[in-house]
Design a protein around this ligand. Structure first.
Ligand SMILES: [Zn+2]
Ligand SMILES: [Zn+2]
Length: 339
């Protein structure tokens, strides 16, 4: 059995021949042929700040705060546009990069993959390929030096600080060993990766500036700043999954890990706040045992499955969840116990 070796700690299984529902290793995907990743939390490392990224974030947030001044006088149509494009971008991360591509928690036909790739480009959190690689590393090396947004470095680092420093060598090594062959075999993912800047600028800024102007006469300036407000909001609300959902909340399924259940994050990040569940059963397409409760993304995937666009939706059975909570968590906090 392969695993993540942490100095003075246990070896976490990453792969097992037994049924995935039996193993629940907490890793991003349960069937990948990956090399062993060794993590040494004592490895010497000096944190190098990447100043161009810091400057970019300062400029971006200045534009964001200026953009907020447009909201009080916004028309109803533009408000609907802002919220709608927020959901679209959010789904590109949650239903797309996260549940479909990083975790393979369900499968999607070409039209849905095209739609989610477009939505993902609106969100602008790097290409699906890079996002999924980083996210698989996050699960594989969770809360060690190998984790890109290691929550042990504090709230700010987990939230956005990690994007302003050079990656820890352990993160780089882990990233190189993660199996990405499934993503490389998806032409839609690789097209977006190869042409990322063009896809991003077009989907995140050019179209959202031009469409409100063409269709309901919104001024180009207002439309542009709405795109900035949407972009920065989606960034922060998805970053909360890495920060708040690793700090503040309960641990019904596994008390030995950092990730928690945080309902506010679920509201803001379209259902991604059930993070103790998600790190325990990462293959579950719903990232929760509570169905549609505060989980817009699950609603969307269910709808797509009704149209035949999403299929092979994976879930953890109530029995599996109950057994795991009894072994490592707090059963009284689980749905099965309350039912
Ligand atoms: Zn995940
Ligand atoms: Zn996490």
């Amino acid at each position: 059995m392969e695993g993540v070796k942490k100095r003075n700690q246990e070896v976490i299984p990453t792969k097992d021949d037994t049924n995935i529902l039996e193993t629940d290793s907490g890793n991003a995907t349960e069937s990948d042929a990956e090399e062993e990743v060794t993590v040494d939390n004592e490895e010497p490392y000096t944190r190098d700040i990447v100043w161009p990224n810091v400057y970019k974030f300062i400029i971006l947030h200045s534009l964001f705060f200026y953009g907020l001044t447009f909201l009080p006088s916004l028309s109803v149509t533009s408000w609907i546009w802002l919220v709608g494009s927020y959901w679209l971008a959010g789904l590109g991360i949650t239903a797309g990069a996260h549940r479909l591509w990083a975790h393979k928690a369900y499968k999607a036909k070409l039209p849905l993959r095209l739609f989610l790739t477009f939505a993902n480009s609106v969100a602008g959190e790097n290409s699906i390929y890079v996002w999924s690689r980083d996210h698989r590393v996050h699960h594989k090396c969770s809360e060690t030096v190998g984790d890109p947004h290691n929550a042990n470095n504090g709230f700010f680092f987990a939230h956005m600080g990690w994007l302003m420093v050079r990656k820890h060598p352990a993160v780089m090594r882990a990233g190189q060993k993660i199996d990405l062959s499934d993503l490389e075999a998806d032409p839609v993912v690789m097209f977006q990766h190869r042409h990322y800047m063009k896809c991003f600028l077009l989907a995140a800024f050019v179209l959202p500036t031009v469409i409100p102007n063409l269709f309901w006469g919104e001024s180009l300036t207002t439309a542009y700043f709405l795109a900035v407000v949407r972009y920065v909001s989606v960034l922060h609300f998805t970053w909360l999954v890495n920060s708040a959902a690793h700090f503040y909340g309960q641990k019904p399924y596994d008390t030995n890990m950092g990730p928690v259940e945080n309902m506010l994050v679920s509201v803001l990040a379209l259902g991604e706040g059930f993070h103790n569940y998600h790190h325990t059963f990462p293959y579950d397409y719903s990232t929760s045992e509570w169905g549609l409760k505060i989980n817009l993304t699950t609603g969307f995937i269910n709808l797509m499955s009704m149209f035949g666009q999403a299929y092979n939706l994976k879930t953890a059975s109530p029995q599996t969840v109950a057994a795991r909570a009894k072994r490592t968590g707090i059963p009284e906090l689980t749905r099965g116990f309350k039912a």
